[in-house]
Write a protein that binds this ligand. Structure first.
Ligand code: APR
Length: 262
């Protein structure tokens, strides 16, 4: 990952090394190198004619339940075939290097868990979980549901089954949101990795961290809405930047230990 100067990486590693409580917020970009398209990349193939806002919303589900169901079955297949990339694995390693790491994701895949990250906070739900749109009863997806043209019916109330994800215009699940707020309120270093920072309230978290005096690292190959708040921006793909950054944190920690430091 040639174009991040070594001293910038070292500065970023120093910020992390000095921190006691680190929070990392990830977005779709951290899964891009696992083959899962981000939201604001143009939709690929047969879904290219729709914007996510036209599929991931209660209104779209009411108007076109079959279309929305088929889109989620397509995405579920993508996610199930995907494997964690070096960026996910670096974040799992980071949890073993810093005293307190809270990993918050906007992603609905479970690649952080697959890479070994513990206690991931999912702000926007999970694509591998389903529930009734009406009575909220959890639903275990059956093989035949994947090929269906329409959402299954809830065995309890007959309502339509949907993925347990947060759609545009819907509130975030309260417990994950409260946990995220508490972690940000206590952190001294925050990372925002692979997120455009355009969707609220998640995008508020890095700003809240900065307003409290925490340092903010932004990792993204492109400029983001969060850059004005960043202490350091590391411009590159997370699959390359995160392993390099975490390796430097590990090196600093082992040097400190060999010096008998904290
Ligand atoms: N490494 C790091 N970042 C990357 C990479 C990569 N290899 N490839 C792309 N990105 C960045 C893009 O530059 C962009 O800034 O990932 C970001 C993806 O942005 P979005 O598609 O807006 O995804 P995200 O920020 O997670 O969206 C937030 O919006 O659509 C809703 O609920 C959905 O959780 C999603 C939320």
């Amino acid at each position: 990952m040639g174009h991040i100067p070594s001293e910038v990486l070292e500065q970023a590693a120093a910020l992390v090394d000095q921190a006691d409580r680190v929070v990392c917020l990830t977005g779709a970009g951290v899964s891009a190198e696992s083959g899962i398209p981000t939201f604001r990349d143009a939709q690929r193939g047969l879904w290219s004619r729709y914007r996510p806002e036209e599929l991931a919303s209660p209104e779209a589900f009411d108007a076109h339940p079959g279309r929305v169901w088929r889109w989620y079955m397509w995405r579920l297949g993508l996610v199930e075939r995907a494997r964690p990339n070096p960026g996910h694995r670096a974040l799992a390693q980071l949890a073993r290097l810093v005293p307190h790491l809270t990993l918050i994701t906007q992603n609905v895949d479970s690649l952080h868990e697959a890479a070994g990250s513990p206690d991931v906070i999912h702000l926007h739900g999970r694509l591998d979980r389903f529930r009734c749109h009406d009575c909220e009863q959890p639903y275990a997806l059956r093989p035949q549901d994947r090929e269906a043209d329409r959402p299954p019916s809830c065995p309890r109330c007959g309502g339509r089954v949907r993925p347990d994800v947060v759609w545009f215009g819907e509130p975030l699940p309260p417990r994950p949101w409260q946990a995220a707020l508490a972690a940000v309120a206590a952190c001294d270093c925050m990372w925002a990795v692979g997120t455009s920072g355009v969707v609220y309230p998640a995008a508020q978290l890095p700003q809240m961290a900065r307003e409290r005096g925490a340092r903010l690292l932004v990792v993204n190959p492109e400029p983001t809405e969060l850059d004005p708040w960043a202490t350091i921006t590391l411009s590159g793909p997370s699959g390359a930047v995160l392993p390099a950054l975490v390796a430097r944190v590990a090196a600093r920690r082992s040097r400190a230990e060999s010096r008998g430091g904290a």
